[in-house]
Write a protein that binds this ligand. Structure first.
Ligand SMILES: *[C@@H]1O[C@H](CO)[C@@H](O)[C@H](O)[C@H]1NC(C)=O
Ligand SMILES: *[C@@H]1O[C@H](CO)[C@@H](O)[C@H](O)[C@H]1NC(C)=O
Ligand SMILES: *[C@@H]1O[C@H](CO)[C@@H](O)[C@H](O)[C@H]1NC(C)=O
Ligand SMILES: *[C@@H]1O[C@H](CO)[C@@H](O)[C@H](O)[C@H]1NC(C)=O
Length: 342
């Protein structure tokens, strides 16, 4: 895991505690309140002997650049190298009755149209968009050509993907569903990241969401609501708070097999340390610790089975949230002191 940091060349100006702000109205950066144009170079300092760092920075400055971008490898900066906490097992409970009813609590304003509206048109850059339509006719074969990237299908909030199948992955663009006229069909679409180059296999300039006609038994489905899911820290915290303040509303499935959902649990940390989230036993989804997005897990695909959780995200009392998209075989997760790869 790398952090990308942009550092101003204050060493060349002599250090002073300056200010940095973004002037959104005039589309410019302000340094000490004045418009400033950053001309940035990039340096991989871990590839340069420390004795040469000063020389390399002077040379970059001599090229006329005034900022430097660096990757910060976390493992070079561990407070105590190799010291990780094993916080053990954390029991998780489902928030609400199903994934959709919980995610709609944090959805952004929806747009309605004859056809689905993509992420870019919704101004929803990343994460998930939930597409909803009411079926005029029942049917079996649901086809989502050019879905970008992955889809999870629900009829009246009941999950339809066959076990482990992710629409849009591994060449899957159709699945068989069980739907009657009047049912509500929902497709939760997950965005997995964009390419920044032209590719003839992606003729949509890497637009995300549902693209051309979604069909049921060959008939295009019309009249869609397209709603972004709000995964800001405030929104994710609100989901946790809604149940932590009212524990009697929690659902305690022993085995959450084939049931996507939002799951929550808490653990106490007697000492604050780096740790690893172990996704073993879970399907596919996304981890939040104390409202912070720590990434996606998908142990079937691998190769990484654990997600690194840096110490600064750990508090005395910690809230774990999983958005689980395909269902799990257990109702707990483990925090371990080592990385697991396949
Ligand atoms: C997301 O939720 C946060 C916190 O509730 C809110 O401030 C923000 O406006 C929401 N964003 C959108 C696009 O709805
Ligand atoms: C969508 O479906 C309509 C009606 O079947 C068809 O005329 C049109 O060509 C389709 N559009 C695309 C982009 O496939
Ligand atoms: C954390 O510690 C507090 C105080 O000792 C206790 O009340 C609470 O139940 C603990 N929470 C968990 C999840 O163990
Ligand atoms: C993708 O398909 C291959 C071949 O059928 C299968 O072995 C693999 O498990 C699938 N991957 C996932 C993540 O479903």
């Amino acid at each position: 895991m790398h952090l990308v940091v942009l550092i101003l060349f204050s060493i060349f100006y002599g250090y002073h505690a300056g200010t940095f702000t973004v002037d959104y109205t005039n589309h410019q950066f302000l340094k000490d309140g004045k418009p400033f144009r950053y001309l940035s170079g990039s340096i991989h300092y871990m590839r340069v002997h420390p004795g040469l760092w000063n020389d390399r920075l002077q040379r970059i400055r001599a090229l006329g650049l005034n900022a430097i971008q660096v990757y910060v490898p976390w493992n070079l900066h561990e407070p105590t190298p190799g010291k990780m906490a094993n916080y053990g097992q954390v029991t998780l409970q489902r928030i609400g009755t199903n994934l959709i009813s919980t995610l709609t609590q944090i959805q952004e304003p929806c747009q309605q149209g004859q056809d689905p509206i993509n992420f870019e048109q919704l101004d929803h850059a990343y994460g998930y968009v939930l597409y909803t339509t009411t079926l005029a006719n029942g049917g079996k074969l649901l086809t989502t050509p050019h879905i970008a990237d992955y889809g999870y299908v629900f009829v009246n909030n009941v999950y339809q993907n066959p076990s482990g199948i992710v629409v849009g992955h591994n060449g899957t663009s159709s699945i068989t569903i069980n739907a009657q006229a009047g049912d509500t069909l929902r497709i939760l679409v997950e965005e997995r990241g964009r390419i920044n180059y032209w590719n003839s296999y992606l003729p949509y300039l890497d637009r995300k969401g549902l693209h051309t006609n979604v069909t049921l038994d060959g008939i295009p489905l019309k009249n869609w609501y397209s709603c972004g899911i709000n995964l800001t820290k405030t929104a994710v915290d609100s989901l946790a708070n809604s149940v932590i303040n009212a524990p009697e509303s929690l659902d305690f499935p022993i085995k959450v097999s084939a049931a996507p959902g939002v799951y929550v649990g808490q653990f106490n940390a007697s000492q604050l340390q780096d740790t690893f989230f172990d996704s073993t036993g879970w399907g596919k989804g996304q981890l939040f610790i104390n409202g912070y997005n720590l990434g996606r897990y998908w142990p079937l695909a691998g190769p990484q089975i654990t997600l690194y959780v840096p110490k600064p995200y750990i508090q005395q009392v910690n809230t774990v949230i999983l958005i689980e998209l395909v269902g799990a075989q257990q109702n707990y997760v483990n925090f371990v002191d080592h990385a697991i790869y396949h």
